[in-house]
Design a binder for this molecule. Structure first.
Ligand SMILES: Nc1ncnc2c1ncn2[C@@H]1O[C@H](COP(=O)(O)OP(=O)(O)OP(=O)(O)O)[C@@H](O)[C@H]1O
Length: 315
């Protein structure tokens, strides 16, 4: 199955700043893929390159099978894109901007736009200039979705929006993927991402350190806490892949991939250590552990999280 998004060895610098460092990623059709990462990790740069709004220094990006360097206009015509602060014609009304945009798309656009704006409780007669931030975001999403794109790209679409509007956005994304179309989403709202994402990609300082189906990442990752008897007793070795380890005095916490729980319990028992506290972390716990570990030691192999870049759609 042809991926809807393909990044191949994508690199981009702005002067001394490395925005993207050899990023390779493939997104199959019919999924919501969330790109996560700290501020400045390279998320918007990757999206801008995909849309042909910026040029990579090396590698290439493809959307719907088209190269972003040579087919930027076609890509922008076929995908739906909502930027963080979408530019809109302030003097138009909600209905007029839909009518204006319909001129660039096949028949049916305006009817679909009207359906979406009605669903989002927007008043067609209201001037764009008088809309709240949330209402503007709903107009931008309606404009981006009205031609029923195979790929919807959302760059921080819900920042600064109230919980109700954020929920409406999320439901729209679920609707899109349920119809076999795809969503590429950049967001800092990790708990919301967790509700909708099929695949998560984590960028750290321009480097892709995790691409995985969210269900697999959560199933295979475990948080372990052990309160050692004192600060001098060494903690046990973790039977699994250690993604992150922090200690506060004699309390230790690990984020472990593929933990062999039975082996850990046995080694604690045989060394007369307290029982380990084991729990399943949520996405935010996993992301924070990876980010903290990276900040502590940027050269370590955080890429111990899976980075199989061609993630299958099991859906
Ligand atoms: N036009 C530009 N000129 C100079 N530096 C830039 C430019 N665009 C991005 N950068 C730098 O590239 C890096 C990646 O920026 P980018 O906007 O892609 O990050 P991001 O992950 O989207 O961040 P955020 O979550 O804060 O939106 C940052 O260090 C940023 O300062």
């Amino acid at each position: 199955m042809q991926p809807v998004v393909k990044f191949k060895n994508l690199s981009k610098r702005f002067g001394q700043t490395v925005a993207l460092n050899d990023v390779t990623l493939e997104i199959p059709p019919g999924v919501v893929c969330a790109v996560l990462g700290a501020n400045g990790a390279g998320k918007s740069t990757a999206i801008r390159i995909l849309l042909g709004l910026d040029k990579p220094d090396a590698g290439f990006a493809e959307a719907l099978g088209m190269d972003s360097k040579t087919h930027a206009l076609e890509i922008r015509g076929r995908v739906g894109y909502v930027a963080d602060q979408p530019p809109l014609y302030e003097w138009m009304t909600v209905a007029e901007i839909g009518w204006f945009a319909a001129g660039f798309y096949p028949t049916g656009y305006k009817a679909e736009y009207d359906k979406l704006t009605t669903k989002f409780d927007l008043d067609g007669k209201q001037k764009i200039a008088n809309l709240s931030k949330g209402m503007r975001a709903k107009v931008a999403l309606s404009l981006a979705m009205a031609h029923r794109p195979e790929l919807l790209i959302l760059d921080e679409p819900t920042s600064g929006l109230d919980p109700l509007v954020r929920r409406e956005f999320l439901e729209s994304m679920i609707d899109v993927s349920a119809e076999g179309r795809s969503v590429l989403l950049s967001s800092h709202q990790v708990s919301e991402v967790e509700r909708v994402a099929d695949i998560v990609a984590i960028l750290l300082n321009g480097k892709l350190v995790c691409v995985e189906r969210l269900d697999d990442l959560k199933r295979d990752t475990t948080e372990v806490a052990i309160s050692m008897p004192d600060e001098t007793t060494p903690p046990p070795a973790m039977p699994g892949i250690n993604l992150a380890h922090v200690s506060f005095g004699h309390d230790h916490v690990w984020m472990v991939r593929d933990l062999n729980e039975a082996q850990l319990r046995e080694s604690c028992r045989s060394a007369s250590l307290p029982e380990p506290q084991i729990r399943k972390p949520n996405l935010e716990d996993i992301l924070l552990a990876i980010l903290r570990e990276y900040r502590r030691d940027p050269l370590q192999k955080t890429a111990q999280v899976k980075t199989d870049t061609a993630v299958e759609n099991h859906g």
